[in-house]
Design a protein around this ligand. Structure first.
Ligand SMILES: *Cc1c(COP(=O)(O)O)cnc(C)c1O
Length: 437
């Protein structure tokens, strides 16, 4: 029902603009736009490859989550790793978002963006003692602890520095999430979280430890999940952990954190129905005095971002047609790393050639360097501008300098204005930090 989920084989692949309803980059007068700005004008002003973010769309998505879960006591902790650009963090912070971080570097960013550390939760299986100390000094809301050894280290660091560390145990609920192998984190053999039984044991440790305080329970089952069911199954598991922790250890938890991973529509299938999820969550939290934390990343920024890239050459060889663009896996690694299927459109209607099955590939010297494979697309001419959609999450943040390629610029369009959110790297940036003598 209402999940918009397409079955395998029904995937909406290929047809130009056919992939998703997309309010972030609509077509008007034959040209794609972001707000009132034509993408063509932005590419001319800032060059390509270029990331463009629609700030209005980001806020629209933030409000959709907030309103969708409205009657609940909710903190939306934006998952910084999806897109950590300061301009994006400021926008969301001013709208009332907290943050879900996974490193000291992300804590540094959210501080620079003015987000209150009291609204920040810190997950990750490999927090270092330095990161723990930094987060304690900054006064974050909670550490989401993922192992017994990490909990012991946190207790030591907190005691040594004169803090009491607020803790939520991240539970591995052993649910199956129907998503790519690399974005699945809630099955028993994943490296994340601890089993429900071990979680209860850890709460018993926390209540006895003078440097630790139990404040919540946490779960995050993966990314780009399009069905409510696995989230609700995970919630059932952690609520039972919370009940057992109260019964067996006498801890009263303030919140349950359901993580992120809410799926968006892309070139492959539709979005998670957030309303159905909210209903299921509200029913399960009824009568409990638990606040709710959600950690959406992609859902807030994914379809609000696009990667603009120009066609360098069209090459026919070995029975194939390659559209070679000035962006590749160095700018957007999702297609090759996660099998991500991004909707792809020509910015100008007038650039449509005859429809063929094409691979869109980058200039990087790797056979695994592609933006799309085996797509039916109107073959564009040299110089045409291509818009790769759903690139606002896990796009620039995973970009690299491989092949000594400077990373692209990022532009935020918000309130009728385009501003440079990050300048394009120059060759000199490539050797910054290296010894040059
Ligand atoms: C990555 C991550 C998220 C966000 O995932 P999205 O798919 O971008 O919503 C949330 N919580 C944790 C712990 C994460 O690691």
């Amino acid at each position: 029902m209402g999940t918009g989920l397409l079955k395998k084989g029904q995937a909406r692949r290929g047809p130009l603009d056919g992939a998703t309803p997309d309010s972030a980059f609509p077509r008007r007068d034959g040209v794609l736009r972001c707000g009132d700005e034509s993408l063509d004008a932005l590419a001319k002003e800032y060059g390509t490859p270029l990331y463009v973010y629609n700030g209005d769309r980001i806020l629209e998505r933030f409000h959709a989550v907030r309103d969708g879960f409205a009657p609940l006591d909710l903190l939306i902790a934006y998952s910084v790793k999806a897109n950590p650009n300061l301009a994006v963090l400021r926008l969301l912070g001013e709208a009332g978002a907290g943050a879900d971080i996974v490193s000291g570097g992300e804590l540094y960013r959210i501080r620079r963006a003015g987000i209150d550390p009291g609204r920040v939760v810190f997950a990750g299986v490999g927090k270092t003692r330095d990161e723990m100390r930094y987060a304690l000094e900054q006064g974050i809301m909670a550490f989401h602890v993922e192992s017994a050894q990490e909990l012991a280290a946190l207790g030591e660091v907190a005691r040594g520095a004169g803090f009491i560390a607020p803790v939520a145990v991240r539970v591995n609920p052993d649910v199956h999430s129907p998503t790519h192998e690399f974005t699945r984190t809630g099955h028993a053999s994943a490296k994340f979280g601890v089993s429900p039984d071990e979680a209860v044991d850890l709460y018993a440790v926390i209540v006895e430890h003078p440097g630790l305080r139990a404040v919540g329970v946490d779960v995050h089952i993966g990314s780009q999940i399009r069905e409510p069911r696995p989230f609700l199954a995970a919630l059932d598991v952690v609520l039972e952990v919370a009940d057992r922790a109260r019964r067996d250890c006498g801890v009263d938890l303030r919140y349950v954190d359901l993580g992120g991973g809410f799926g968006i529509a892309d070139g492959e299938a539709g979005a998670l129905d957030i309303g159905t999820l909210a209903e299921g969550v509200a029913a399960r939290l009824e009568g409990r005095s638990l606040a709710l934390i959600l950690e959406p990343g992609r859902f807030l920024v994914g379809d609000a971002g696009a990667l603009l890239t120009r066609v360098l050459y069209v090459k026919r060889s070995g029975g194939k047609t390659f559209v070679i663009t000035d962006a590749g896996m160095t700018e957007l690694i999702r297609p090759s790393h996660y099998g991500g299927v991004h909707a792809i459109s020509l910015v100008h209607d007038g650039d449509r050639g005859t429809v063929e099955r094409v691979d869109i590939v980058g200039p990087v010297c790797e056979q695994g360097d592609f933006l799309a494979r085996d797509r039916r697309l109107p073959v564009p001419p040299r110089g045409a501008l291509i818009c790769v959609r759903q690139a606002g999450a896990y796009g620039f943040t995973m970009a690299s300098n491989y092949n000594s390629r400077p990373r692209p610029a990022e532009v935020l369009v918000h309130g009728g204005r385009a501003t440079l959110a990050r300048r394009r790297e120059e060759y000199a940036d490539l050797i910054r930090g290296e010894h040059d003598d």
